[in-house]
Design a protein around this ligand. Structure first.
Ligand code: NAD
Length: 385
């Protein structure tokens, strides 16, 4: 089976590697020569590293690498069974690309987008055969992150998500099904991890180091919110937050923060720029937490309850199934536990009490308890038996 990848950037190159390792012939299309060259070099280096680490032998690495072809001509994608688009995140570029692709590939070819922030249907709208268009959303780096969100749009034919899921599963990835809504599963449910953390900081309740320490030491998260935003990049994280908020028609739950906007405006993107919430320059002192146990517990419980509320609401609104929500958050962003399982452990009544108290204090719709949690609390129900 021949697989096409349109867009030879970070994601397209990673996806090409995954598909080739699964035994496919892969054509990577990009109209820009410099992108094609960079992608080819990065793949050469990646395969070299796989051999050095003993994950592939030399002969196999060469065979797999030779199955990936780079092309600046869209016609090279003819004969593909699936084309995954990973071009720049601009709707007009993607729409034109999809419309052009339709004139190159055969009628049964599935056209997938790896978009993070656009709706799948807005891209499908450019196609004559919208039924074949679907979202297949990999996480960065695509060669390492196990999770892939499969996102059928309103117009996607029923057979397409089934074929897409079984193919991507066969590539060794863990797939979850998501509705075509802003942020899909992970980028929607994870918002309070960042947003509530920044709000706690803005209120002067705690420092970045306190909040990070609380989430690591009590919650068992590998990184705290500020460390993670500095790793992801405040430019990228701010843009995802802003996009989700705008697409949710300014729902206060997803409201971006002035603090992160200022960091973004100042170019304080985090590790990659040498400074974000923390200073990464040579010899800079490491910020330490000074909060007592009571404060750490308050921080942890406020952020965790907001995350659980978001997960419960995603389930209530049919964004994804219970099990897929748990898988998405543990495999896509490495949460130590599924949020719904965590809710059962804490007690759904307690989660509701925490959010109701915040709502009472702030009189802000940001703190509205999911109807599902309210209903479950009144019935003394659990997510898992
Ligand atoms: N980087 C991430 O963390 C991440 C994670 C998941 C999904 N995504 C999504 O994947 C897509 C690509 O992101 P990226 O980080 O690889 O970007 P990137 O900037 O690294 O690569 C984009 C590529 O698109 C190419 N391009 C421009 N116009 C094109 C066209 N008309 N046809 C084909 N290619 C074209 C560029 O030459 C470039 O190589 C975006 O939709 C993004 O939202 C990114």
């Amino acid at each position: 089976m021949k697989i096409g990848v349109a867009g030879a950037g970070a994601m397209g190159t990673g996806i090409a590697q995954v598909a080739a390792l699964a035994g496919h012939k892969v054509v990577v299309f990009d109209p820009f020569d410099n992108s094609l060259k960079r992608s080819a070099t990065n793949l050469d280096n990646d395969f070299k590293k796989l051999v050095e680490k003993g994950k592939l032998d030399q002969a196999k690495a060469e065979a797999v690498r030779s199955n990936i072809i780079h092309a600046a001509d869209l016609n090279s994608l003819a004969g593909c069974s699936l084309v995954i688009e990973a071009a720049v995140e601009l709707l007009e570029v993607k729409k034109k690309l999809f419309a052009d692709l339709e004139s190159v590939v055969d009628p049964h070819c599935i056209l997938a987008t790896n978009t993070s922030s656009l709706s799948v249907i807005s891209i499908a709208a450019a196609c004559k055969h919208r039924g074949r268009v679907i979202g297949i959303h990999f996480f960065n780096p695509a060669s390492i992150m196990p999770l892939v969100e499969i996102i059928p749009a309103f117009t996607t034919d029923e057979s397409v998500p089934v074929s897409a899921k079984s193919l991507i599963d066969s590539w060794g990835k863990v797939t979850v099904m998501a509705k075509d809504t802003p942020g899909f599963i992970v980028n929607r449910i994870a918002r309070p991890f960042y947003g509530e953390a920044i709000k706690i900081y803005e209120e002067g309740v705690a420092s970045f180091a306190d909040i990070d320490h609380a989430m690591r030491s009590i919650g068992g998260f590998r990184m705290g919110p500020f460390e993670l935003m500095d790793l992801i990049g405040n430019d990228i994280n701010f843009s995802v937050t802003e996009t989700v908020w705008k697409q949710m028609f300014n729902d206060p739950r997803y409201r971006p923060s002035i603090t992160q906007q200022r960091l973004f405006e100042a170019g304080l993107f985090g590790r990659k720029s040498g400074r974000g919430y923390y200073d990464y320059s040579e010899g800079a002192a490491k910020a330490e937490s000074t909060a007592d146990d009571l404060r750490l517990q308050y921080i942890f419980s406020r952020i965790l309850c907001m995350l659980i509320n978001e997960a419960a609401d995603a389930l209530y609104l049919g964004i994804a199934s219970r099990d897929d929500i748990e898988t998405a958050m543990t495999k896509g962003v490495n949460y130590p536990k599924g949020l719904l399982k965590w809710a059962d452990e804490i007690g759904i009544n307690k989660v509701c009490d925490t959010i109701n108290k915040l709502h009472g204090d702030y009189q802000d719709d940001r703190y509205r308890t999911s109807l599902l949690l309210k209903k479950m609390a009144s019935e003394n129900a659990r997510f898992f038996s």
